[in-house]
Write a protein that binds this ligand. Structure first.
Ligand SMILES: [Zn+2]
Length: 399
């Protein structure tokens, strides 16, 4: 039996960027209540893990001392701004206890790392985490401390892990993480996202493939707005599994943001729960091959429609654990969301087959999407087949 930890703390709800801000606690409470209604926490294969706040020295594994000091000072003051550090902006407002809330997120990722490395669980899912836009001395995109980079550095320093695979399927490019390891071959960082031509943070083009020693160890797979399930899956299969097996990671971190879902408020992809069930199954399967032996840490990432977030994360959790879930939403969850938030959730947990062409707000041309995607695949196969370490990927030669 594969044991899975779910990392949760009620204090995660204090990571509250404000009413009306997309990053508000409702997007955590609603998924958490769904898991509870389905009695997932009662299952023998699932264990709730409670995080402790990260220490200063954990945070300094990546962030600069002036940035840490600014975070603490503004947090204590409960207001103000350091705009050069991205603090006090619309995306990253200063809020009371900001440092405390942000360091608990890092603590969640580290709890996952430790419990997996100790063998208490094989895989773990930190519901709040994957704050991939934070840089060494700058907050961005709702992210203050980069729990992903810190977790990877912790794995390297505390456990001597030599090969970490980071896969980021959030709708936004995983810029902070990919930047941190851009010249580093110890981390294979793969990000699939909506093209930076259309969405924040504007980076993650297919020709950004790493530099120096890290050349070929950063892989960006941008998608055109409107990209649908089968096209996403075909692209993933063409690039990811082969390079994954060649790299043979010892530990896998997956930022599994739910904002690629077609009903998300920020992204413009047309993905349904089918893609997330597929990703869960495929990523768990790949993680169980070779040196990683199933060591997989999931970090929740983005997702701003709480109904989509709940159903996407559930699809992922069900497919990484093999736990059967019902087709319909539990009535007590539907009632809870109505009573607590006056929020109506979908009656069905799985999305129906979607004809994305009929969606409002998707005025995209199918041929253009196909052409842009095939161009990315051709480009990536061509440049990656020239990287000596990926010579074993025979699939890259079939263009
Ligand atoms: Zn996102």
């Amino acid at each position: 039996m594969v044991k899975t930890g779910i990392i949760w703390s009620d204090q995660y709800l204090e990571y509250n960027l404000g009413e009306g801000h997309p990053m508000n606690p409702k997007r955590l409470t609603i998924p958490y209540q769904l898991f509870k209604s389905l009695e997932l926490f009662e299952l023998p294969e699932i264990q709730i893990l409670t995080p402790s706040p990260a220490t200063d020295s954990d945070i300094l594994l990546y962030h600069s001392l002036p940035y840490l000091k600014a975070m603490k000072a503004l947090s204590e003051a409960g207001g103000g701004a350091r705009l050069r550090m991205g603090l006090g902006t619309g995306d990253c407002p200063v809020f009371p206890e900001m440092h405390e809330a942000a360091r608990l997120v890092v603590g969640g990722a580290l709890e996952g790392v430790k419990r997996i490395q100790n063998g208490d669980v094989q895989q773990a899912f930190a519901i709040l985490g994957g704050l991939h836009h934070a840089f060494e001395d700058r907050a961005a995109g709702f992210c203050y401390y980069n729990d992903v980079v810190i977790a990877i550095k912790y794995l390297q320093q505390e456990y001597g892990i030599k090969r970490v695979l980071y896969i980021d399927t959030d709708v936004h490019h995983g810029d902070g993480v990919l930047h941190a390891f851009y010249r580093d071959k110890k981390v294979l960082a793969i990000s699939t996202h909506e093209s930076g031509r259309y969405l924040f943070p504007g980076t993650g083009h297919h020709d950004e493939i790493g530099e120096n020693e890290g050349l070929g160890y950063t892989i960006n797979i941008p998608f055109f707005p409107g990209t649908w399930d089968n096209l996403y899956i075909m692209t993933f299969e063409n690039i990811v599994p082969c390079i994954w097996e060649e790299f043979d990671p010892e530990f896998v971190i997956w930022q599994c943001g739910a904002d690629g879902h077609y009903r998300d408020f920020l992204g413009h992809l047309a993905l349904t729960t089918k893609v997330y069930s597929y990703l869960g199954k495929r990523i768990a399967e790949l993680s169980r091959l070779g040196s990683a032996q199933g060591r997989l840490l999931l970090l929740g990432g983005g997702g701003y429609n709480p109904d989509s977030v709940a159903r996407v994360w559930l699809a992922i959790l069900a497919s990484i654990t093999g736990v059967e879930i019902p087709k319909m939403s539990p009535p007590e969850w539907i009632d809870y969301c109505l009573q607590e938030f006056n929020f109506e959730v979908s009656p069905s947990l799985e999305d129906p087959e979607l004809d994305w062409r009929k969606l409002d707000g998707y005025p995209f041309i199918e041929d253009e999407i196909l052409e842009a995607t095939h161009e990315s695949i051709r480009y990536l196969k061509k440049v990656l087949s020239d990287i000596p370490d990926w010579k074993g990927c025979k699939q890259f030669l079939q263009i």
